[in-house]
Design a protein around this ligand. Structure first.
Ligand SMILES: Nc1ncnc2c1ncn2[C@@H]1O[C@H](COP(=O)(O)OP(=O)(O)O)[C@@H](O)[C@H]1O
Ligand SMILES: [Mg+2]
Ligand SMILES: [Zn+2]
Length: 331
């Protein structure tokens, strides 16, 4: 999967800084321990000497290579064992000087066994998602800023008590964010403009991200435009593959289904994203201002039946919160 250059750079820098801090920690600890336990300093000096010997040996490849190599190796093991004993005697844990890498598989090198390590792939995905998210900026969209007061005393056209319904939705979404995993269900948030669908979706994205997952959030319109540009080779960085980033992120939020233009390319790109994520068992949250009959009229049956068959529906009700805020003089 391809990523753009800036994403690779960010991931490489992160890996480097992880390795640097793991190695730095060892350096600090070594200095500390050598000051307190001079015998360890002496053993380390000898070990440094043997490693120089070893390099010479490898370069020269003399006749008794094997024998000398084994001797140096034994000296090394003995030295390490002595250090471990001295550490314990000095009140330190035996592994006090061992490097602690974020990824023990590749020791924070990013590559393992000639392949890109999965920790590197994860970082690439995370930075690609962050880059996409930077375009969808909505401040204060978190659970703490979501108030049920805007739904109080209101009843929708079906006679539903808006406060009651939205309080259930809020509880459900808070629980969803708290317990989120890559196996969480997909959600379909339906309701009129301004009733809080985007606000709640971003609140979930925020909390899920705080738990260490990658959550891509953006309007369908925007995502499809980016994908279209990349597909037809008009993107600034032609190596980026936003479609794949959206398919693989832990959580994908597709905001405002129905706001995009109706073209064959958009519809098939959308179907591909939704369908691929269902096949991978990954959760997606879609929101729309359209009603169910409007959605059925607008979209090909294969898209809509896929969504209705798999997603959990949440009906959002109430009046346009922006207007209420304006009337209350809050904005
Ligand atoms: N329950 C709420 N509490 C506080 N602000 C809200 C609430 N619902 C919506 N808003 C705010 O009102 C505006 C419109 O809400 P939004 O979530 O974009 O609606 P929708 O996506 O349903 O059209 C946003 O600025 C949002 O932050
Ligand atoms: Mg919205
Ligand atoms: Zn790794």
């Amino acid at each position: 999967m391809a990523f753009d250059k800036s994403v690779y750079e960010l991931a490489e820098n992160e890996i480097k800084s992880r390795r640097f801090s793991a190695e730095n920690r060892v350096r600090f600890r070594t200095e500390e321990v050598e000051r307190k336990i001079p015998e360890i300093a002496e053993i380390n000096r000898q070990l440094a000497h043997t490693s120089v010997e070893l390099s010479k040996l490898i370069l020269q490849k003399t006749g008794n290579f094997r024998e000398s190599f084994d001797k140096i190796k034994d000296q090394n093991i003995q030295g390490q064992e002595m250090i471990a004993k001295l550490l314990i005697k000095g009140g330190y844990p035996e592994d006090y000087l061992a490097p602690v890498y974020t990824c023990p598989v590749c020791c924070d090198k990013g590559y393992y066994d000639g392949h890109r390590c999965s920790c590197f792939d994860k970082l690439l995905n995370r930075f690609a998602v962050e880059k996409l998210n930077a375009e969808a900026n909505m401040p204060n969209c978190d659970f703490g800023h979501f108030s049920l007061s805007y739904y109080q005393g209101k009843t929708d056209s079906n006679g539903t008590d808006c406060y009651q319904k939205m309080s259930e939705n809020l509880d459900y979404c808070k629980g969803y964010a708290e317990k989120f995993s890559r196996n969480s269900p997909s959600l379909f948030l339906l309701g009129k403009t301004g009733v809080g669908k985007t606000h709640i979706s971003l609140s979930i994205a925020k909390e899920v991200t705080e738990h260490g997952f990658t959550a891509a959030y953006g309007s369908i319109l925007n995502y499809l435009r980016i994908i279209e540009k990349e597909h037809f080779g008009r993107a600034e960085d032609s190596s980026a593959d936003t479609m794949q980033v959206l398919i693989n992120t832990d959580l994908l939020i597709l905001d405002d289904l129905g706001s995009e233009f109706q073209t064959g390319f958009y519809e098939s790109a959308l179907y591909n994203i939704i369908n691929s994520r269902i096949n991978l068992g990954l959760p997606t949250i879609i929101s729309s201002n359209l009603s169910v009959p409007e959605l059925q009229k607008r979209y090909n049956d294969r898209v809509i039946s896929r969504i209705f068959g798999v997603y959990t529906m949440l009906m959002f009700v109430g009046e346009d919160v922006r207007q209420i805020k304006r009337l209350r003089g809050e904005i």
